[in-house]
Design a protein around this ligand. Structure first.
Ligand code: NDP
Ligand code: MG
Length: 400
């Protein structure tokens, strides 16, 4: 029986995780769950999975959940409030594995706590590696923790690596394994063929309607701008110990191949299947075994053609920014991620245009790219400074 903590339980990854878990009650025991403020969803999860402890980061929501649980006679479930309580959940001795599925930089400290506490960490929160890659990889090396990628591309790359390299996340050297390139695939999002002249009028609803994947709103916008692929490129750099030039982004609109590893002898090993996050989640939950995820088997006789092409930076300026940030170093990556969280939220609130997301991101990234960040405190400090500058930059856009 594996004892599980699901951080970000009410989100898209969290609910998909619990869907896999519900198929295997004899294998997984849900010890703890966290959310920010979605009380009703969390209440339903409490009723179904009977966790020992639940964290609602928002204090009012924690109170609401507590009242609801007591009213329905679920006194035994402990409800905690605040971001600090996430660290307690992630490092609890009652937990073997932590699903890190909080969205954004708020996932940083609890994920790091899980690594330091020697957990098996199922990493969906890509922002952890983007904002503080070296710190995470060093913490991993200094611990007995195990890191398994959930992001579908990274999970695909992991599955396509030699077994020995799978045990050396963050440290294996691709050249030692005869690997020449990592091919990071991306669908290109909903606007792959939209005329560039129409980009300024794209609405949040259009941006969130991804053609292949059903995801949270922030990552859906990131997929539309391809910032998501940029963040994934930085994530891949850290997970697989790569240089930027070891990674090639390949547009593959059907999202059937989830990424590939190219070897020096000409072999290309790809992982493919229907685009459903339950596959990488089930892979990481059961690793090195396999379990049923609930995903339909892939039907080769009824599939669309496989297409591949290069990404155009005019269409996807955020992808270019992320590649530049990856070359420039940690401060640029941390600042870009923070700016993007603010600019995407502003776009979703209809405060800025779709095309202004990259404008805000570029201003903030350039401002901080020469800063030096080596400790987690410096990361947290730069993250908040970058958010403040992003807010200020948005105000300037409002005036013009
Ligand atoms: P969602 O927005 O669907 O869910 C986010 C979860 O985090 C919710 O449980 C939410 O709680 C919680 N949360 C939000 N803000 C905070 C906060 N400030 N502090 C603590 N918890 C918070 O996101 P996704 O599930 O789509 O994404 C989660 C992570 O996984 C992201 O890092 C994303 O990049 C990554 N990922 C997601 C994929 C997908 O298919 N969705 C694919 C690959 C990676 P509440 O519901 O109460 O707001
Ligand atoms: Mg992905």
């Amino acid at each position: 029986m594996q004892n599980l903590c699901v951080l970000g339980a009410t989100g898209s990854i969290g609910l998909n995780t619990l869907d896999v878990v519900r198929r295997h009650p004899q294998k997984y025991n849900v010890v703890s769950l966290s959310a920010h403020s979605r009380v009703d969803t969390m209440f339903d999860l409490c009723v179904e999975f009977s966790p020992e402890t639940v964290v609602m980061v928002d204090e009012y929501s924690a109170e609401q959940l507590k009242l609801k649980l007591i009213a329905d006679d679920y006194h035994q479930i402990e409800v905690l409030a605040g971001a600090q309580a996430l660290i307690k959940l992630a490092s609890s001795s009652k937990v073997d594995s932590v699903m890190a599925a909080i969205v954004g930089a708020s996932g940083l400290l609890p994920t790091l706590a899980a690594i330091k506490a020697d957990k098996r960490v199922l990493l969906a929160n890509k922002e952890s590696l983007v904002t503080s890659g070296q710190i995470f990889i060093d913490a991993l090396a200094a611990s007995k923790a195990e890191l398994l990628p959930i992001d579908s591309e990274h999970n695909a790359i992991f599955q396509s690596l030699p077994l020995d390299m799978q045990t050396r996340v963050g440290h294996g050297k691709i050249a030692d394994y005869g690997i020449s390139k990592i091919l990071l695939t991306g669908s290109g999002g909903p606007f792959r063929e939209t005329p560039l002249a129409d980009f300024a009028n794209i609405t949040p609803e259009q941006a969130c309607a991804h053609p292949n994947w059903d995801m949270g709103r922030k990552i859906s916008v990131d997929s539309a701008t391809m910032m998501n692929k940029g963040l994934e490129l930085i994530e891949a750099k850290w997970l697989f110990n790569l240089d930027v030039d070891d990674i090639q982004v390949v547009l593959h609109p059907q999202s059937t191949i989830h990424s590939m590893v190219q070897y020096v002898d000409g072999s290309v090993i790809a992982q493919m299947g229907n685009p459903d996050m339950r596959t990488p989640i089930a892979h990481a939950l059961a690793y090195p075994q396999r379990i049923d995820s609930g995903v339909e088997p892939f039907d080769f006789f009824n599939c669309k053609n496989f297409e591949f092409c290069a990404a155009d930076f005019k269409r996807y300026p955020n992808l270019k920014l992320a590649i530049d940030a990856c070359r420039q170093g940690q401060a640029a990556c941390t600042a870009l991620n923070a700016a993007n969280e603010i600019s995407v939220a502003a776009f979703l609130n209809e405060e800025i245009k779709f095309t202004e997301i990259s404008v805000v991101n570029e201003v903030v990234m350039k401002h901080f790219s020469h800063f030096n960040v080596t400790t987690i405190d410096e990361v947290v400090d730069l993250d908040s400074q970058a958010r403040a500058l992003a807010h200020d930059t948005i105000k300037t856009l409002d005036v013009t």
